[in-house]
Ligand binder design. Sequence first.
Ligand SMILES: [Zn+2]
Length: 431
Amino acid sequence: MRKLYLILCFMLPISAFAGQVTMQNVRIWAAPDNTRVVFDVSGRVEHKLELLSNPDRLVVDIKNAKMPQAIGQPVRADRYLNKVRSAERNKSDLRVVFDLKKNIEMRSFLLQPNRQYGHRLVIDLYDENKQDIATPLITQADNNRSKDVIIAVDAGHGGDDPGATGPHGVREKDVTLQIARNLVHLINQEYGMKAVLIREGDYFLSLRNRIGKAREHKADLFISIHADAFRDPRVKGSSVYILSNRGASSEAAKWLAERENAADLVGGVSLDDKDDVLASVLLDLSQTASLEASIGVADRVLYDLKKLGKTHKKYVQSAGFAVLKSPDIPSILVETAYISNPEEEKNLKNAAYQTKLAKALLSGLKGYFTDYAPEGTLLAAAATRKYVIVRGDTLSGIAQRYSVSMNTLRDSNRLKNDRIRVGQVLNIPTI
Ligand SMILES: [Zn+2]
């Protein structure tokens, strides 16, 4: 049985579609909870989408178009797509059929040419009833007092937004993901700290969804990793940014913020909705506190980056990055290096250098959170009380005296066994 779910038509003046359009390329980006299909086209197109069942498939009819080359197939891990095929229709039109693995929902939109690409037709596929569910801004009070400090690690750009590209073709989206993965790995080896990788592969995530994911995980910090670019290839060094409400602190910062924020327009969907009214109210209430924390973390991170080499600026910069506009989570943006500088481009794709960068970032984060551990975290507990071992002490005796479990005591002191020595300093958790 044929079942028609949804038809989308873009009714535009005929003159806009004069001449046949060529489909130059089809790019498919599989994300954990959606798949984005991007058609690179030679001009504006008129298209129609239709979902059919038995078997599930998505039919895309494109008016007055042709496809000279075969379409690349989706990866096997793609949650929604099996196979893609295309055929000519009505002599002048093109039909592309996607065989689906399951029932889906979708949306489509056209994008104007930008710096990297020409005209594009974008189709987003996602699970039924699961489009951009707004995450509540106010998180429930957490009863679990013995929790880790959660760091949301965000690799800038991704998917059809490559970010900046170096003189030898190294792409920002690739190096940011590698550095982010390194950092997550390092953080997860630390006592009392846990990392969440916001973008896990090569796909596009809107800024709103990035923040949403950090909030879902109740992150204590959001760190967005980027690589800078400038028209002068001599410019180099890393920079650390925090959000500025009052506009960018320098002309370069303003220029950069515009470029980084432009990425979100790729989604083609306005970010305005009711949530933003609530957001702006909450922003006023909580921004002061989170901004203070952001400055603190940013300072420490910059301090540790300086050990790697000369930083671009001596001080933390502020700019109006949309990705940092989370009222309740302290957020920083790190431009790790200038990908437009040939030497730094080479460094950025070097695995050993990526690890070095990640270690510097970890050192900054750890330094900050050891000194300013959020209330109720293991790090806060570990920082509260110290005990110096004297002759005759036993671990079980100390545990009993301070009413903490042996396990907690072992964990917060990273003890492999119960042996202690006179003069040793133990952290006594307050949990
Ligand atoms: Zn960037």
